[in-house]
Ligand binder design. Structure first.
Ligand code: G4P
Length: 532
């Protein structure tokens, strides 16, 4: 097949792009690592410039403060930079667990993930949850075990913990020598070189190559004790793991592991260099049931995040769109598949590290910001005319439910509008019961109720309260047999609701009861995510 010039440059643009996210439990070092990566890319000049993803400790239970800090973060929700000829799009993921859904959705827009683990604390709960989302999409994961300058867990135990808790095979590509006060450095199993760490910082000389680790040079550098230990470790690791099979990483089966210390900028460059060598560039994605290649010359993309309140006086929002195929050109008309309408996109923003700038064109893997006055919802697809939606942005069953109580009947319309818009932004999920006019709002974290209440009041003038509801899970239901589904709905009418897209949901009151209902209705499938 011969490619014409335009097709060739599209393929080249795709080839040089890497779109990824960093995930971690709060405090493991995500912000610090982000910052070091940006420093390498020359995107920022000094440490301390990345405030975005970090929510201050003292603000963690104060959502107003969090919102303020999130406000600052728009520009840094996506940090794009160039490094050695590669265009890197780093997507920020909120660390606060009450906004976990935001993070889940952001993960649908990346092609791979770097997971930061604190060597003192090991694998923590938020990392476990985020890894589940990665596994759903077989997202390739590289793990960076951080804070080696502290006395942490034994490295072998850390590998076991990752395998055990995160259900993924590991493959160490570097190995620490000592730890905490006696941390000497890391040995790269990937390119057989040693990097030394002395007196709290990286020694800036180049890594020492060791084609033969048995060379007596090793003793001279790290002393007899550590040299002996390292040789034993390397022998064991080489026997255990062998060379990395990159395909196993790309299919999400194996996670390469690096050790280092982000705050000391130690081990970060190796991580970045290897990441560039092995991480995937934009891959084909499913639009309905059709696999769309990024090189397909017809433009397409989907909205995975909406950021509101850019300016509280005007209700303006930015819709974040991930480009999946073709070339985006500002000023073109694109087809909004849900609304069945063409839109002229005259304003689009690229996110270059900390600045936003208007862009004229963008390519698969890139994230662009579209100014929005309420046309977009999370999950919306834009194309050149092709119908359908990009799959893979499921809603997950929320964990806490409350009934919405309207406190001002005169503002019912505003309430409806406000609720719908907040749901479009993905702040929470709304379930409308089929019987009566009850509405349940479901969230991942308690703070989201405060966000909704405050924003409804200040942006829409509506007053609400939330009443407790005895609900355990929202289960999306389906059946191969429409008659059986109808029978089920009729017999459980009081517990049937619709989600924002009109999909049928069974609102289960308790775990035990759900189990009983599942046993009694074997022809009904109960799903914990909206895509099945
Ligand atoms: P997060 O985004 O994952 O929440 O974590 P963040 O990078 O903010 O790091 C959390 C804390 O861990 C910070 O300290 C940071 O300096 C520290 N840290 C990051 N990497 C390392 C490392 O390699 N070694 C050690 N010892 N500490 C590390 P803090 O006291 O909370 O904040 P700060 O005042 O130091 O910024």
């Amino acid at each position: 097949m011969h490619l014409n010039f335009n097709e060739m440059s599209l393929a080249q643009e795709i080839e040089k792009r890497r779109t990824f996210g960093i995930i971690s439990h709060p405090d493991a070092g995500k912000t610090t690592l982000t910052e070091k990566l940006l420093l390498f890319g020359g995107a920022i000049q000094k440490a301390g410039a990345v405030k975005s993803s970090k929510i201050d400790m003292h603000a963690r239970s104060d959502w107003m403060e969090i919102e303020k800090q999130r406000g600052i973060s728009v520009a840094t929700s996506v940090m794009a930079f160039e490094y050695e000829g590669t265009k890197i799009n780093l997507l920020d993921t909120p660390g606060h667990q009450d906004f976990a859904e935001d993070t889940y959705r952001t993960l649908t827009a990346v092609d791979s993930v770097i997971m930061v683990v604190d060597c003192v604390k090991g694998v923590e709960i938020q990392t476990e949850k985020l890894m589940e989302v990665c596994r759903m999409r077989s997202t390739p994961v590289i793990s960076f075990i951080n804070k080696l300058d502290r006395e942490g867990k034994d490295p072998y135990d850390l590998l076991d913990e990752i395998e055990g808790k995160l259900n993924i095979e590991v493959h160490p590509l570097s190995w620490p020598i000592g730890m905490g006060k006696s941390f000497q450095g890391v040995y790269s199993l990937y390119d057989k070189s040693l990097r030394l760490f002395k007196g709290g910082q990286q020694l800036h000389e180049e890594a020492t190559k060791f084609s033969d680790i048995n060379s007596p040079e090793l003793e001279k550098i790290i002393g007899e004790r550590y040299a002996q230990q390292l040789r034993e470790d390397v022998e064991m690791l080489t026997e255990l793991y062998g060379p990395l099979n990159v395909d196993d990483y790309l299919s999400g089966k194996v996670a390469p592991v690096f050790f280092g210390s982000a705050v000391n900028n130690f081990g970060v460059k190796e991580l970045l260099d290897t990441f560039l060598k092995i991480s995937p560039n934009p891959k084909p994605r499913k639009l309905d049931d059709e696999l769309v290649e990024p090189t397909d010359k017809e433009f397409s993309g989907f909205v995975f995040k909406i950021h509101a309140n850019m300016d509280p006086k005007h209700r303006n929002r930015i819709a974040f769109l991930r480009i999946c195929s073709g070339k985006f050109e500002r000023g073109s008309n694109y087809y909004h598949t849900r609304q069945d309408k063409k839109f002229r996109i005259s304003q689009a923003t690229a996110f270059m590290a900390q600045d936003k700038e208007t862009i004229d064109e963008a390519y698969p893997g890139d994230i662009i910001g579209l100014y929005d006055t309420g046309n977009f919802k999370i999950g919306d697809t834009l194309t050149n005319g092709r119908k359908g939606v990009y799959r893979g942005i499921p809603a997950f069953s929320p964990e806490i439910f409350r009934e919405v109580i309207n406190k001002d009947a005169m503002k019912t319309k505003q309430l409806e509008k406000g609720l719908n818009q907040l749901m479009d932004e993905g702040v929470a999920q709304l379930f409308n019961f089929e019987l009566g006019s009850r509405k349940a709002v479901g969230v991942v974290g308690q703070l989201q109720f405060e966000v909704i209440q405050y924003r409804l009041k200040h942006e829409y003038g509506a007053s609400v309260e939330f009443a407790p509801m005895q609900l355990y899970k929202a289960c999306w239901i389906s059946s191969k047999d429409p008659k059986k589904l109808n029978e089920f709905i009729n017999s459980k009418q009081r517990h049937i609701a619709r989600d924002k897209d009109g999909k049928l949901v069974f609102m289960a009151e308790s775990k035990a009861w759900l189990q009983m209902v599942q046993d009694n209705f074997p022809d009904i499938q109960f799903h914990f995510t909206s895509e099945f």
